[in-house]
Design a protein around this ligand. Structure first.
Ligand code: PEP
Ligand code: MN
Length: 338
């Protein structure tokens, strides 16, 4: 961290800044210029924050010089990390597709959905048992029964399962029911207690981007999980909020190469919650793979029009199978399998 002093800062002000840096265990390097003094904090500056120095007498401004995240940063880990998600490698040479309904509804619905996931060639199945709904009167998910329905349906095709955790108190139940990948949804990206809790287990975590989160905030949310010891993190871009109302969210395609540069961890894309309409899903999926995504999270439903949640954005199993064929072509151009 560098602290820039005001031109009129006196020796006492400089000494006070030095003392504060040393009190946090870092060394100090003072550079006296003709107009002003710069004070450098030498050591792991992540324990320091500009707000510790900015209010002090004689300080003009202070700033970090290294990135605030470390464990998730490519700076510290050059090669791509491949995460084993229920045995399926994510982040390697194969682009992985996770598919399934928005929410777990019934046994026949889940059986048909699992058949569609497997027939299309996806390697993991999704399905929400605990649903974060805007209205408290809307269907909230099947809860624990939903976890069982998801596991049973997926087991017929040996598919690992991905499902959203909203509440720390349900974590043990997720582990007991053999959830293979825990999804942290957009609304909980900065639920720090939840992030700390999933940081203490070894189950892979899909961390969705907060709908208004910056890339730095998103990476720091990942850092929370990693700091607890769980390095099995997969970032998922799912669209952000902008002024545009013609679609549900704006798929931030730019975030894909930026994130791949910033982190060694896998980056996947959810085109369903980005566009919010089934007809947009193919275009967004193709763009995501072309931009370098390591995988996709796609909503499919045996009868989309009857879906209990997000009916407008689910693909039919047939549409999904067609899309998978198209995706294979783009993956090949990118030098990857699918
Ligand atoms: C979901 O994947 O079911 C979901 C609710 O997504 P998001 O958190 O991105 O809205
Ligand atoms: Mn959904």
């Amino acid at each position: 961290m560098i602290i820039v002093m005001q031109p009129e800062a006196d020796e006492a002000a400089i000494a006070a800044v030095e003392a504060k840096i040393r009190a946090h265990g870092l060394d100090v390097h003072v550079s006296r210029g003709t107009e002003r003094t710069l004070i450098g904090a030498v050591g792991d500056e992540r324990v320091l924050d500009p707000e510790m120095f900015d209010p002090m007498p004689g300080v003009e401004k202070s700033m970090h010089i290294v990135k605030p995240y470390k464990l998730v940063a490519r700076e510290w880990h050059k090669t791509n990390t491949v995460i084993a998600a229920g045995g399926v490698p994510i982040g390697g040479s194969t682009v992985q597709v996770i598919a399934g309904p928005c929410s777990v509804e019934t046994e026949p619905q889940m059986t048909a959905a699992a058949d569609g996931v497997a027939a299309g060639g996806a390697r993991l199945m999704r399905g929400g048992a605990f649903k974060p709904r805007t209205s408290p009167y809307a269907f909230q998910g099947k809860g624990i029964d939903g976890l069982k329905l998801l596991k049973d349906a997926a087991a017929r095709h040996k598919l690992p399962v991905v499902t959203e955790l909203m509440d720390v108190r349900m974590l043990d139940a997720f582990l007991e029911h053999g959830v293979d990948v825990i999804q942290i949804g957009t609304r909980n990206m900065q639920n720090f207690d939840l992030l700390k809790a999933v940081g203490e287990v070894t189950t892979p975590v899909i961390l969705k981007r907060g709908m208004s989160a910056t890339i730095s905030e998103w990476l720091m949310a990942g850092e929370y999980i990693a700091a607890g010891g769980n390095h099995n993190i997969i970032f998922c871009e799912r669209g952000i909020r902008t002024f545009e109302t013609a679609y549900r969210n704006v798929l931030d395609v730019t975030a894909i190469p930026v994130l791949k540069r910033e982190t060694h961890l896998p980056v996947i894309v959810d085109p369903s919650h980005a566009g919010g309409k089934a007809w947009m899903v193919p275009a967004l999926s193709l763009a995501a793979i072309a931009a370098g995504a390591d995988g996709l999270l796609i909503e499919i439903h045996p009868n989309p029009k009857d879906a209990w949640c997000d009916a407008d954005q689910a693909l039919t199993p047939t549409e999904f199978a067609t899309l998978m064929g198209q995706l294979r072509g783009v993956a090949r151009v990118m030098g990857r399998e699918l």
